[in-house]
Design a protein around this ligand. Structure first.
Ligand code: B12
Length: 144
């Protein structure tokens, strides 16, 4: 008699597993992000875009998807053997060692800006996150 609840429990567990499997078979969940390109150094007006990436996917994926969909957004990258992908240029504007310029990557939330502590190939954006690509300079002192 005590076997029946146990059997029902097993069937329930199996159904739960099958449902979960079914959900993953529909493909990864896509999360939306916002992206703003800022270049005050060239007095350019900020440009805003929307993109998306698979949940748990990296910012590079969202940038690639945007580049495929949007003719007004282009970027290039440079590979580093240790740190992965360095964002080299955005919309034809490239960072320059001599001029000490580069594309800084930030996340904005309620007017607060946080500099990402990893590159675009490692950073996994959150749903509706606002990412800023800001053309910036670095001082002669080495910084992060
Ligand atoms: C100086 C420095 C910079 C300078 C490099 C320019 C220069 N000529 O000085 C500048 C300001 C451009 C920079 C930018 C960034 N950096 Co930096 N940087 C450093 C630092 C402090 C020293 C690098 C160095 O001079 N090494 C000595 C030389 C001889 O070795 P190298 O291999 O030739 O160095 C090159 C690489 O380090 C490369 N580089 C620098 N930063 C980054 C970041 C990424 C993602 C990549 C792929 C390459 C890269 O530029 C150096 C010069 O060409 C390191 C700390 C460390 N432990 O290495 C962080 C470090 C490499 N940077 C880091 C980060 C996160 C960034 C940014 C993403 C920050 C941001 N949110 O904008 C950006 C890159 C944005 C982009 N466009 O992709 C992280 C990388 C971690 C990771 N796993 O991704 C590190 C490890 C710091 C940390 N958080 O611990 N950085």
């Amino acid at each position: 008699m005590a076997e029946r609840p146990a059997a029902l429990l097993s069937v329930g567990f199996l159904l739960l597993l099958l449902t979960r499997e079914g959900m993953t078979n529909t493909g990864p969940i896509s999360i939306p992000i916002r992206l703003t390109v800022e270049n005050d150094l060239f007095n350019m007006a900020p440009e805003s875009f929307s993109s998306s990436v698979a949940e748990g996917g990296v910012l590079l994926g969202a940038l690639r998807r945007l580049q495929e969909a949007q003719p007004d957004f282009k970027f290039t990258v440079k590979d580093h053997p240790d740190f992965g992908v360095f964002l080299q240029s955005v919309n034809g504007v490239a960072g320059d060692e001599h001029k000490q310029t580069y594309w800084e990557i930030l996340s904005e939330n309620s007017g607060e800006y946080t500099r990402l502590d990893v590159g675009i190939g490692c950073y996994a954006p959150k749903a509706d996150e606002h990412i800023i690509l800001r053309f910036s300079t670095w001082s002669s002192r080495k910084q992060e």
